[in-house]
Design a binder for this molecule. Structure first.
Ligand code: 48F
Length: 267
């Protein structure tokens, strides 16, 4: 026999649980925009360190492009040392060539999601970042709204967003590089139209190295990682391989953690 429940108690549990999470993060340590491989890896390492981390994702589900490996096939391929991050999660990988590893995407993403949640990170899904807070020469938070309103007719979507403050914002929005593009616009820097995707021709190894190398704080308070780096720095195409995304996410976490703990001077 199932427990008999009151409808209003179910509603109350949802509303109270969600409200508590949101209130806990109206001013937080790190906001990560985008929950693909780079953003999730950053969230995993930051929350494991006890840093208060909120992931904001416009989709209803987290994982971004991590659910499929390429050509819609759900196999994830990584080169070393990216496999170490996946094996640390408890997913064994098959070595298909020396230094090249493969596993089922859904095993990897589900493990990364559960470990990140267990470590304490919170996910604000169906929510998009529309703008940043820029104060005293730093990016100091994000402006958010429900993603579904972007799909509604204009005359009923004049809904004001809300703002969430953070010591560090991480742009993990993939190809869009949405946060970095907006921040650069605010600072009057040369704009990069993500629509153009001016990556060079495919060169997996060069592109992956470049993404990891350029991962870092590009504007005070704003750290960029993953595919967003490729857009901003116009690296070659990297194709369906994820080692660089994982290492970039981990490097973003280290950078953000150092800023939160004020180990490095902010440029
Ligand atoms: O695209 P995505 O998976 O970015 P990534 O973590 O990884 C790239 C790889 O998946 C793949 C690849 C591997 O070599 O080539 O492309 O850099 O995840 C980006 C996430 O950000 C969300 C978007 O829905 C996706 O889940 N996103 C983008 N813009 C916004 C956003 C926004 N303004 N607000 C909230 N979420």
């Amino acid at each position: 026999m199932l427990e008999k429940v009151r409808e209003s108690d179910v509603s109350r549990a949802i509303i109270e649980g969600f409200t508590k999470d949101l209130l806990d993060h109206t001013s937080t340590d790190v906001v990560i925009v985008g929950s693909g491989p780079a953003g999730l890896t950053a969230a995993y390492y930051l929350s494991k360190e006890g840093i208060r981390t909120l992931i904001i994702e416009r989709n209803i589900y987290a994982g971004g492009g991590f659910w499929q490996g390429g050509f819609l096939f759900p196999k994830t391929v990584v080169q070393s040392p990216g496999n170490e991050i996946i094996e640390e999660l408890g997913v064994e990988m098959e070595e298909v060539k020396p230094g090249l590893y493969m596993a089922d995407s859904f095993r990897i993403v589900s493990k990364l999601l559960s470990k990140t949640a267990e470590a304490g990170a919170k996910l604000l899904n169906s929510t998009y970042v529309d703008d940043v807070i820029y104060k005293d020469g730093r990016i100091s938070g994000v402006v958010v709204n429900w993603f579904p309103i972007t799909q509604m007719p204009k005359f009923i979507t004049c809904m004001d967003p809300i703002a969430l403050e953070a010591k560090v914002v991480i742009d993990a929005t993939g190809h869009d590089a949405a946060i970095s593009t907006r921040a650069r616009e605010i600072l009057g820097l040369e704009s990069i139209d993500p629509g153009e995707r001016r990556h060079g021709a495919m060169n997996v190894s060069e592109a992956e190295e470049a993404v990891v190398e350029h991962t870092g704080e590009i504007i005070p308070g704003l750290v960029i990682c993953g595919m967003a780096v490729a857009t901003i720095y116009r690296t070659p195409r990297m194709g369906p391989i994820f080692g660089g995304m994982l290492l970039s996410g981990r490097k973003a976490a280290e950078t953000a953690s150092a800023i939160v703990r004020k180990k490095v001077p902010v440029e």
